[in-house]
Design a protein around this ligand. Sequence first.
Ligand SMILES: [Cu+2]
Length: 220
Amino acid sequence: MLPFASPAMACPDDDHGGKGHQHHQALFDWTGQDWGQNDEEGQQDGKAHHDGKAHHETKGHHDAKGHHGHGGKGDHKVRTHTVGGPTYVYDPYFKKVVTKVTTEFDGRGTTVRLKASGFPHKYRGKTLGAHVHENKCGLKPAAAGAHYQNPNAEKGAPLRKKEIWLDFKVGKGGKGHATARVPWRVDQKDARSVVIHERVTNPKTGDAGSRLICTDAVFF
Ligand SMILES: [Cu+2]
């Protein structure tokens, strides 16, 4: 049924040996509510691989005539990408999960939103780790590679300052979501997916256990 399932697959790339010691409250929205969008998108059919539909759009803060306001300089365009998933599910226990990854770049920073629904009842109240990873999702959990890290990060920066973590709590109804914003452009050559893991991310090591679900993502 699944092309590949590796329940005990560790996440070897997840341990960066970092010295991060901060909690990650600032970047995350821990509430288990959804985004107010349609939640009925996901009757899964049990297939592990889904062709994520990607929507790309560019919209300006100003109208098409482009009147220039305060400051008069800079790029006012906001670019967004939305990819529906999951692209791969590695543990059949989660085959009903539906994901959506939305990315946005506004010229100064990048916002990543992860929305997931369809978690089994047992997972309600649990917090799962999730991160932007460097490669596209693949048949094997390891295909997504290591955590994305900002290539321009200061040396010795804590992991959560240079990676993008999207840990979320599964709420009532089996749904969860998280939003992270970083003050830089995330280049798509460095970042290609969002992986959901079996447990909350260890703030020191970045480890979050096995990879459950991978969703391709598009960056800028
Ligand atoms: Cu990860």
